[in-house]
Design a protein around this ligand. Structure first.
Ligand code: PLP
Length: 402
């Protein structure tokens, strides 16, 4: 319990859950309806077709009443068999957790990546995947699993390059991609990139609370599911896809979160997906400009794969990043993301996703800048001023009063 109630809204600037817009909260407060009734089917059909546009797919998208971890399990359990080898790439903490899950399910993950911390500062190296697949002439590897937007570091890997690598090696492995924190914030193209299963979640770019997650699938993934032997019941695609054709689920779906999803889809598609992506890129660029002005280092070391969703900020040697976060939380009522796994205490993460705009970012950067100073960190220059200069010079559609 806080010893007093801080004025104003809490600034939830972690890279998900992201702040839930009032419009979505209101939509979620509608009465829960009969999930077997006619009204529900209209909602089900609307969200199932709307979400395809966000994944850029014409193929089925399965919606689970579960967090992203459930959809991770669903992707593996539906397509693979006990003892199958899967090639997984270490981009950070979430890639590591997915690998742990694969082991727990009885798969044999081969975990490749750049050594030490270097791998956590760069995206997936598609040439390493190609080389490993070329060496696998017996086609023992059944799937390649990569994280698109690595939330622990702020690195967005090039999925088209991974697809190209698999094709160049002439390898039949499935391509499984986690874009739990990338969807609806970073450009993503399930069909064009030839992804077999895309995993995503509700609490990031979709601006919803945690609680629903997704598998977008391909024909090849569905074919694989017919012979895959890992045990599955709740996660099994076939019955869900069949019932989804009429807008229903085989079990009780998460009705009120689906109201929220329907509202989120309206908001994103009204803004226009490409505009949404451009806004995220603009905010991320402004955030990096601030970090550079402060004289601090961005965790992602390769400009080609800077994340539009979040920015990882490394604190100077000897400064505990979690102590900085604590100061900012206690003084300014703002939450920043902690350093995870190998980066614990060495970095904090600034989320700029979902409904973030120029002014929410500026307030966030002001809180960080004040917090850095209060933590005894000498900054080179004002990141706030640098970011304002950048943002005020961007050409973006302005609101017009008729
Ligand atoms: N993968 C990524 C990239 C994530 O960012 C997260 C959560 O932040 C997960 C997987 C796990 O999802 P969840 O916490 O919703 O189960």
């Amino acid at each position: 319990k806080l010893d007093f109630h801080p004025a104003g809204r809490h600034f939830l600037q972690i890279p998900g859950p992201s702040p839930v817009p009032d419009r979505i909260l209101r939509a979620m407060s509608y009465p829960t309806i009969d999930h077997r009734g006619p009204e529900f089917a209209a909602l089900g059909l609307k969200v199932l077709s709307g979400i395809q546009k966000i994944f850029k797919t014409t193929q089925p998208v399965i919606i689970y009443p579960a967090s992203g971890t459930g959809a991770w399990e669903a992707a593996l359990a539906n397509t693979l068999s006990p003892g199958d080898t899967v090639l997984m790439y270490e981009t950070g903490h979430f890639a590591t957790l997915w690998k742990k899950m694969a082991e727990a399910l009885g798969l044999k993950p081969e975990f490749i990546g750049l050594p030490g911390i270097e791998g956590w500062r760069r995206g997936v190296q598609a040439d390493a995947i190609e080389a490993r697949l070329r060496a696998d002439t017996a086609h023992v590897i059944k799937a390649v699993c990569v994280v698109h937007n690595e939330t622990s570091t702020g690195v967005t890997s090039n999925i088209a390059a991974v697809r190209k690598a698999i094709d160049a090696a002439g390898h039949p492995a499935l391509l499984l991609v986690d874009t739990i924190s990338g969807l609806a914030s970073a450009d993503y193209r399930h069909d064009e990139w030839g992804v077999d299963v895309t995993v995503s979640g509700s609490q990031k770019g979709l601006m919803l609370p945690p609680g629903i997650s997704f598998n977008a699938v391909s024909k090849k993934a569905i074919a694989a599911s017919k012979t895959a032997k890992l045990p599955r019941a709740f996660w099994a695609w076939d019955e869900i896809i069949e019932m989804n054709k009429t807008g229903y689920w085989p079990y009780t779906p998460n009705t009120n979160l689906l109201y929220g999803l329907s509202e989120a889809l309206d908001m994103i598609l009204d803004e226009g997906l490409e505009n949404t992506f451009a806004r995220h890129q603009r905010l991320a660029a402004a955030c990096r400009i601030a970090v550079k002005a402060w004289g601090l280092e961005v965790q992602c070391a390769d400009p080609d794969v800077f994340s539009p969703v979040l920015t990882g900020v490394m604190t100077p040697e000897g400064i505990d990043a979690d102590a900085v976060r604590k100061t900012i939380y206690e003084r300014f009522n703002m939450s920043l993301g902690t350093g995870l796994g190998k980066m614990k205490g060495r970095m904090f993460r600034i989320g700029h996703l979902g409904e973030a705009n120029d002014l929410t970012l500026m307030a966030t950067l002001a809180g960080v800048e004040m917090g850095l100073k209060l933590s005894g960190i000498t900054i080179k220059a004002s990141g706030v001023t640098a970011a304002m200069d950048y943002l005020s010079n961007q050409k973006i559609p302005a609101l017009k009063i008729a």
